[in-house]
Design a protein around this ligand. Structure first.
Ligand SMILES: [Zn+2]
Ligand SMILES: [Zn+2]
Length: 154
């Protein structure tokens, strides 16, 4: 806990995650909560309660990995050779903040209906395509709906 005391505004817990937690929490790079502002951008909603969760610009794309071969150290029996991403990796958004503080990894729940949307890890996760993403804020494709706004009038 030495870092907590030396960096007062910081929630860092250990040397290992010091850099990334500081980057995200201390410098307040959480993306604005899209539920609190309107935009013509593509947005993504909770499939269950339709709460807006993040915008298209928050998605952090990564080069598709090698697929099943990247998981050769694990025993997945149902993997095909096709590399496919089944999750969105996004930048942290403000509504995640309470669940991100002081923990290394955990679930990401909808801020409105608390249904499970995905998970996060400051140390990163391996996408279904095989690529590692660090830190990872991962929301499953089948838990969110993409909303494209065609009309810009209110
Ligand atoms: Zn991927
Ligand atoms: Zn919800």
């Amino acid at each position: 806990d030495i870092y907590v005391s030396t960096h007062i505004s910081c929630v860092c817990m250990c040397v290992f995650v010091w850099a990334c937690i500081c980057a995200c929490v201390c410098r307040e790079i959480f993306a604005l909560d899209p539920d609190l502002s309107s935009s013509s951008e593509v947005s993504y909603r909770c499939r269950k309660c339709r709460r807006t969760l993040f915008r298209g610009s928050s998605i952090l794309s990564h080069p598709v990995g090698e697929g099943a071969s990247a998981f050769s150290h694990k025993k997945f029996s149902n993997l095909t050779g096709n590399a496919q991403c089944t999750s969105y990796f996004i930048e942290p958004v403000q509504w995640m903040k309470p669940s991100l503080l002081r923990v290394m990894h955990g679930q990401l729940l909808c801020p409105k209906c608390s249904s499970k949307l995905g998970s996060f890890s400051w140390c990163g996760y391996q996408c279904s395509c095989g690529r590692w993403v660090t830190p990872a804020f991962q929301l499953h494709h089948n838990r969110v709906d993409e909303i494209r706004q065609i009309k810009m009038q209110k």
